[in-house]
Design a protein around this ligand. Sequence first.
Ligand code: ADP
Ligand code: MG
Length: 590
Amino acid sequence: MTDTALRTADQPLGKRDLMKRFAAYYRPHRKLFALDFGSAVAAGLLELAFPMAVTVFIDRLLPTGNLGVIALAALGLLLVYALSAGLHVIVTYWGHMLGIRIETEMRRKAFDHLQKLSFGFFDNIKTGHLVARLTKDLEEIGEVAHHGPEDVFIAVMTLIGAFLLMLWVHVPLALVTAIILPLSALITMYYGGRMTRTWRAIYGRVAEFNARIEENVGGIRVVQAFANEDHERKLFAENNRNYLATKLEAYKVMAASMSLSYLSMRFVQVVVMLAGSYFVVHGELTPGGFVGFLLLVNVFFQPLQMINTIIEMYPKGIAGFQHYLRFLDTRPDIADRPAAIEASGLKGDIEYRHVRFGYGSDRPVFGDLNLKVNAGETVAFVGSSGAGKTTICSLLPRFYEVEAGSILIDGIDIRDMTLKSLRSHIGIVQQDVFLFAGTIRENIAYGRLDATEAEIAEAARRARLDQVIASLPAGLDTVIGERGVKLSGGQKQRLAIARIFLKNPPILILDEATSALDTETERAIQQSLADLSEGRTTLVIAHRLATIANADRILVVEEGRIVEEGSHAELLARPDGRYRTLHAVQAAAR
Ligand code: ADP
Ligand code: MG
C-alpha cells in the first residue's frame, strides 16, 4: 500500500492500476481461487460432454442391444453426474467463501481507515453514503470478486466449445444454427439488460424509503412535537407508491422477457429440429448426433444469460471498487510523524506560539494566537459565540492541525508525539455528551477499557453518579438507550465526568459542559467538575460567567484574538472592559 498511500484522493485510477489492486485481493486466497476456478471449468466441460455422451449412447450402445453394457453406461453416467454435483458444491460454497473473504477483508480495511480519518473529513461527509459504501457497495464487489473472472471465462469457453462440437457433429446444421441463434440471443440479452436496470431502480426505491424510515424514527420526537405526522405519512406514501410502480414495471418486463425468450429459444429448437430431420432423412446425420445437437443448442443459452449478467454487474462492481479505493486513498490530514514519540507523564504546561488556523474556507479563525497555561492552572475562555473558543481547544488534541506556529505541551511540540499518547493526556467534557447505546458501566469504562470493577465504581462515586446508580433497579447495568436518551441532561454530564475520572488525564477541557443544564443542576454538577479539575491543567469555556469566577485566569476571546486577560476581580475592575460589559449584561438578565 505504500505507493498508493502517496496518491491524493482525486487522481483518477487507471484501468491497469485498478486491475492490479483488484488482483491483490486474490493473492492471499490463491488456493481457494484455484480450487473454485478449476471446479467451475471442470463443471463447464462436463456440461459440454453430456450431449456427446447421449450421442454415443444412441448411436453406439443402443444398436448393440446389450442391456448389461447399457446398465453399466447408465451407472457411469450417474457417477459423472455425482461428480458434477460435487463440483457445484465446491463452486457454490468455496467460491462464495472466496468472495465473502475478500469482501470482509475490504470492509475491515475500510473501517480501520475510517478510524484514522480526522475531524476535517467527517465535517464534510454524508453518513448515509459512507454507511452504504461500507455495506452494500462492498457486498456487490464481493459478488463480482467471486463471479467476475470465473463466469467470463466459463461463458466464453462454453460458447466456443458448444459451437466447435456442433461443427464436429454436422457442419451444415451448425451453420444453420449460427444464422438463427443470434436472433434469440439478442432478444434474451435485450430483456436481460432491461431486467437488470429495473432491478437497480427497485434498489434505489428501497434505499429511498429506508432513508425515509430512518429519518422518521430518528426525528420522531420532533415529528410528534410539531404534530407533523400527516406530513410524514404523505411523504412516505409517495415513496411507497413509487416503489409499487417500479416493481410493477419490473414484473411487466419480467413477463415479456420470460415469454419472448422462451418463445425465441423454442423457435431456434424447432428450426434446428426441422433442418436436422432433413439431414437425418437424407442419411447425413445419425439420430444420436441429431439428439446430441439439440442438447448442444440448449447448452448455448445459459452462457448468454451469464454474459448478460456480467455486462450489467461489471460496471457496477468496478464503480464500487473505485469508490472504495478512493476512500482508502484519502489520506488522513492528521497522522503520526515517523519519528513521533510516545509521550508519557506530561505535567500539562501548555503553550500556543503564533498559531494560525482556519477551517479551510475563506478567513482564518486565528491569525496569530499566543497563549501560555501553567500546569495545574485553570484558564477560562469567554466571548461571544463564534469567537473561536472551541477551536482553540480542538487544536490541543490535534482534532485539527495548526496552519502555522506550534502548540507545545511541557515544551514538546504536540506534532512530535503520537496522536494516541497525546490524546491519552487530555480529557474533554462537552455540552452535548455522546453516549453509546449500552449500559452505564460500558459507558464509564469507555474512559479506560481495562478498568476494574472497583475503579469504575470509584469513578462513578467521584462524579457523584453513585446515588443515581443506586436508585436504578439494574444499577450499573442499566441500559441507557441510543445516545443515552433514558438519562437526564445532568445524569449524562455526570456520566461523561465519571468517564474522565477513570481516564485521569493531566489536562482537562470543559467546553460549555454545563451550558445546556438548568441553573440548579449546573450548580450541582459544578462541584463534580471542580473535583475533576483539581490538580489538572484546565481549559474551561463557559457561557454563564458565574461558573468561572474562580478560574485562575480569564481570557476574553473576540474574533480569534485574546482581547482581555486577568482574574475575575481584575477584569471587573477595568472600566469599559469587555468582560465587565458581558458581566453587566448577564447580571441584568437575571
Ligand atoms: P465558539 O466556540 O467561540 O463559539 P468556534 O470555535 O466554534 O466558536 O467557531 C469559530 C469559527 O469557526 C466560527 O466562525 C465557526 O462558524 C467556525 N467553525 C467552527 N467549527 C467549524 C467546522 N467544523 N468547520 C468549519 N467552520 C467551523
Ligand atoms: Mg464553542
